[in-house]
Design a protein around this ligand. Structure first.
Ligand code: NAG
Ligand code: NAG
Length: 539
């Protein structure tokens, strides 16, 4: 019996050891058995010379070039849930183009994944995977980020399976499915597994570290939408203030105020460069102009009449960029009819679309709910409901990372200080809460405040384009990042692990050596926030 078994493979055809185009076939991919799932469909096609790459939020930067990959699409359901989730695994077609690693890529807004995430990953040599979490995201690309119809079956009835898929269930599935698909194709498991994503993608990275600590060796989480139950609703705070005042100042007024704030705080780090490095030290306090009341409220963040802070506001340098969100609204976005007088009295607010859609679908549970009718009272009622219903679903800020640490995982987290949508302080706040449980947190988790970078990318700051490489170096060579590199054209600068900031030492301001990470930057401390129930009085 032994002999036929040995020669059987020889009879089946020439023995091909190297993986290659010939193995990108449906019969190469037995359905990976993943607990709680059932396969509906499997499609395998070769994709050649794929370019240009769609935009996918800026946590991954790779030089664009046409890529060749085996496109494996697995569709599965959770029996009884009536869902159909697509996982897209992209495998560099030639084994020589594969760096031996797996990269899970995330989405943005309500999209669980983007082709624009997988493409740069494959371009960098990774086998990549993303999921649509069962509600589609691939075709519509980034605009899928704002489509939220799928959240409700009908008024009052949330599509809970799809909500759970989006919150975390599909993120575990995609990882397990992808790893087995990679093994089927290349005949070996990936040497290392990584996650990369910004915004929702950043939250998804936190989901992996918090809920599925063995899935990834390294997680790159950028501007994570993690304090979901609190921050998404809080983004409407400035709009409520404007509605109460009956004045919606034009966006240019907010620009003027913010430019003045940057001007007055710019030199705190020792160099005048249009960037505020130590935003905690920026104590700009304008007294004039009507828009000031609103701007101050947005900087302060939501608070009740007794002055208790519910969440963080935006740093001063964040607000000028609100108008650049175009059709999606924003924290201070307003809209005036063409003939309106310039006093802002005939204008209306245009809250950020994620807040609007969350409020409508998951809180009011009615897509026709008028978000501009919100008052302080109804805001606080919705906030309480949001925490009651979503702290264990969409919120992703459990500070206990002990299982991730024990599994050897490394977490690199950065957040742009000029983020106009997710207040940057929520990120450092999470890091502090992890540190409160584990003083040795820096052994496996480092957080970086990145001056001048807006939500995911853009803005006047220096972009940490090689953050993923720093993470890989940490995981594979044990080299913990004492700083990450910020780049803008030929200018380089260190970005320091929070709470350190890059201070100018002197010399050529375009060179990284002219800066050092410094601690003694003045008094420091968070305002107390209530946040979710996890937060209690921890800070
Ligand atoms: C990959 O395959 C799926 C399923 O056939 C298809 O929908 C998708 O467009 C393909 N992706 C690319 C980049 O060709
Ligand atoms: C953000 O945190 C800094 C400390 O890093 C603090 O000084 C500042 O007041 C906080 N800003 C807001 C808006 O809460």
């Amino acid at each position: 019996m032994i002999l036929p078994l040995l020669i059987a493979p020889l009879l089946a055809g020439p023995l091909v050891l190297a993986a290659g185009p010939s193995s990108c076939r449906v019969d190469k991919f037995p359905y990976p058995k993943v607990f709680g799932t059932r396969l509906l469909d499997l499609k395998v096609t070769e994709v050649h010379q794929y370019a240009p790459w769609p935009y996918g939020l800026g946590s991954l930067i790779a030089e664009e070039r046409p890529i060749n990959f085996c496109n494996v699409t697995l569709t599965y359901t959770h029996p009884g849930w009536n869902d159909a989730v697509n996982v897209y695994v992209w495998l560099p077609l030639e084994e020589k183009d594969w760096n031996g690693r797996f990269l899970g890529t995330g989405g943005g807004g309500w999209a669980a994944g983007f082709e624009g995430g997988n493409a740069p990953a494959v371009g960098m040599g990774y086998a990549a995977a993303m999921t649509d979490a069962g509600h589609g995201s691939l075709d519509a690309g980034v605009s899928a980020a704002v489509i939220s119809d799928w959240l409700l079956h009908e008024p009052g009835s949330v599509n809970l399976p799809l909500l759970y898929d989006f919150a975390y269930v599909a993120l575990d599935d995609m990882t397990k499915i992808a790893k087995r698909t990679i093994e089927a194709f290349y005949g070996k498991k990936p040497d290392y597994s990584y996650w990369s994503g910004c915004s929702t993608g950043g939250r998804q990275g936190m989901v992996q570290a918090q809920r599925f600590p063995e899935n990834y060796d390294g997680v790159l989480s950028v501007a994570p939408a993690m304090n979901w139950a609190t921050f998404v609703l809080s983004e409407i705070w400035g709009q409520i203030v404007m509605n109460e005042l009956g004045v919606h100042p034009p966006t240019c007024e907010f620009h003027a105020i913010t430019e003045a704030a940057i001007e007055s705080c710019d030199e705190l780090d020792g160099i005048k460069d249009g960037l505020v490095s130590a935003h905690g030290q920026c104590k700009f306090d304008p007294q004039t102009l009507e828009a000031v009341t609103v701007a101050k409220e947005v900087w302060r963040g939501p608070h009740n009449e007794a002055g208790d802070q519910e969440w963080f506001g935006l740093p001063h340098e964040a607000s000028p960029h609100i108008s650049e969100l175009g059709p999606f609204g924003g924290m201070l976005e307003t809209e005036c009819p063409p003939t309106a007088p310039t006093d802002g009295k005939k204008c209306a607010g245009r809250p950020f679309i994620m807040t609007t859609s969350y409020l409508r679908a998951l809180l009011a549970k009615d897509q026709s709910f008028d978000v501009n009718s919100l008052t302080r009272d109804s805001f606080f009622r919705f906030l309480r409901q949001s925490r009651q219903e979503q702290l264990s679903v969409m919120d992703t800020a459990d500070p206990d990372l002990s299982a991730f640490k024990a599994a050897g995982g490394k977490l690199l987290h950065w957040h742009g200080v000029a983020d106009q949508l997710i207040p940057v302080n929520g990120s450092a706040n999470y890091f502090s809460r992890v540190e409160a449980l584990d003083p040795e947190v820096r052994d496996f988790y480092r957080y970086f405040d990145v001056p001048g970078i807006q939500h995911c990318d853009g803005g006047p700051g220096l972009f940490p384009a090689t953050a993923l490489d720093s993470l890989v170096d940490w995981v594979e060579n044990g080299k913990a990042p004492d700083s990450i590199e910020g780049v803008a054209g030929n200018v380089k600068r260190p970005i320091c692990p929070w709470p350190l900031v890059a201070a100018y030492k002197g010399g050529d301001a375009d060179k990284a050596e002219s800066f050092e990470c410094k601690e003694d930057f003045g008094a420091f401390g968070f305002p107390k926030v209530k946040g979710g129930s996890y937060l209690k009085d921890e800070l």
